[in-house]
Ligand binder design. Structure first.
Ligand code: GDP
Length: 282
C-alpha cells in the first residue's frame, strides 16, 4: 500500500512553525496515545530545541492504560513533561496549568533573576493532522477565555489566548507533517484515520488491521463480531460482512461495507482500548 503526502503543505507548515516557534517558551506537542512514536515528527526536536517541552498523550481513552503509563515514563526519561489527556471529555485538562508552570520553571527563574516579574509563559500547540489539536485548545481555553488580540511589537495577526495570568497560548496550532518514508508508520496513521481515506483502499487497510489484531489482540474480533477464527484477513472480513448482514443486491457479501464498519469501530474505540506500538521497540 502506498501513501502520499503533499510537499507544498509540508513546506508551508514548516515555515509557519519556524516563524511561530520564535515567539514561544513552551512547545505543547500532542501525540496519539495509540501510536505515540508514529504520530510524531522528530523534526520538532530540532525546531523546538531550547524550548520547554510538554508531550500530551491525547486520545488516551482509546489506548490501553498500562501502555499509556509506560509511554509517559518513556518520554519523561527523555526529559519531557508528560500528561495523559482525553481532550474530547476533558480528562487530564485540569492538571495542565500546573504542569506548564513546572515545565517552564527554569524560564520563570531566569526572568526573575533579570527582574522580569509575572511575564506570562507563551505556549503553542503542535501535532500532526487529526491528533486533536483544536479539540485540546478548546478544552483548555474553554468559553470563558477571551482572546487577547493582536499585540503590538509581536508578529502581526497572531492571536493569543490568555489562559490565566501566567499562561498565553497561540490560538493557531502548528501542523507537523507525518513521516511517510516508513510504510509501517504510514499504515498505523491510516489505521487511526490520520490519512484521508479517499487515497486508501479500504479493504486492503481493513485486512492489514485484521492481521494486526490477530497478532496483538487475538480473539477480540471473534468476540466482537461473533464470528469463527479465520487466519486469512480477507476471510475474516467476509465473516464480519456475513455476521453484520453487509450485503449487496440482496445476497452477495459487501466486504467493502464491512471494511468501513471495522475501521470505524476500531477508530471509535468500539473494539476496546488498543495500543498499536510499545516503548520497548524504541
Ligand atoms: P486536529 O486536526 O489536530 O485539530 O484534530 P481535531 O481537534 O479536529 O480532532 C480530530 C478528531 O479527534 C475529532 O473527531 C475529535 O473529536 C477527536 N478527538 C480529539 N481528542 C480526542 C480524545 O482525547 N479522545 C477521543 N476519543 N477523540 C478525540
Amino acid at each position: 500500500m502506498h501513501f502520499q503526502w503533499y510537499p507544498g503543505h509540508m513546506t508551508k507548515a514548516k515555515r509557519m512553525m519556524q516563524e511561530n516557534i520564535k515567539l514561544i517558551d513552551l512547545v505543547i506537542e500532542l501525540v496519539d496515545a495509540r501510536v505515540p512514536i508514529s504520530s510524531r515528527n522528530p523534526d520538532i526536536d530540532e525546531l523546538g530545541k531550547n524550548k520547554a517541552r510538554l508531550i500530551l498523550l491525547n486520545k488516551s481513552d482509546l489506548a490501553e492504560d498500562k501502555w499509556n503509563d509506560a509511554w509517559s515514563e518513556y518520554f519523561r526519561e527523555k526529559g519531557f513533561s508528560v500528561v495523559k489527556v482525553n481532550s474530547k471529555k476533558g480528562g487530564g485538562i485540569k492538571s495542565i496549568n500546573g504542569v506548564i508552570q513546572e515545565a517552564c520553571k527554569e524560564k520563570i527563574e531566569r526572568d526573575r533573576k533579570r527582574g522580569i516579574l509575572n511575564r506570562p509563559v507563551r505556549a503553542m500547540v503542535v501535532g500532526i493532522p487529526n491528533v486533536g489539536k483544536s479539540t485540546f485548545i478548546n478544552a483548555l481555553a474553554g468559553k470563558a477565555c477571551a482572546k487577547t488580540g493582536n499585540k503590538p511589537g509581536v508578529t502581526k495577526g497572531k492571536q493569543w489566548i490568555r489562559l490565566n495570568k501566567n499562561v498565553e497560548l497561540l490560538d493557531t496550532p502548528g501542523i507537523l507533517w507525518p513521516r511517510f518514508e516508513d510504510q509501517a508508520v504510514g499504515l498505523k496513521l491510516a489505521f487511526i484515520g490520520s490519512i484521508k481515506d479517499e487515497i486508501l483502499q479500504t479493504e486492503e487497510l481493513a485486512a492489514e488491521l485484521v492481521t494486526f489484531m490477530n497478532k496483538n489482540y487475538p480473539g477480540v474480533l471473534e468476540s466482537k463480531y461473533n464470528v469463527e477464527e479465520d487466519t486469512d484477513p480477507y476471510g475474516m472480513i467476509a465473516r464480519i460482512a456475513e455476521s453484520r448482514h453487509c450485503l449487496v443486491r440482496g445476497n452477495e457479501l459487501d466486504t467493502e461495507k464491512a471494511s468501513v464498519l471495522l475501521m470505524d469501530d476500531f477508530r471509535n474505540g468500539r473494539l476496546g482500548r488498543l495500543t498499536l506500538e510499545y516503548p520497548d521497540a524504541y
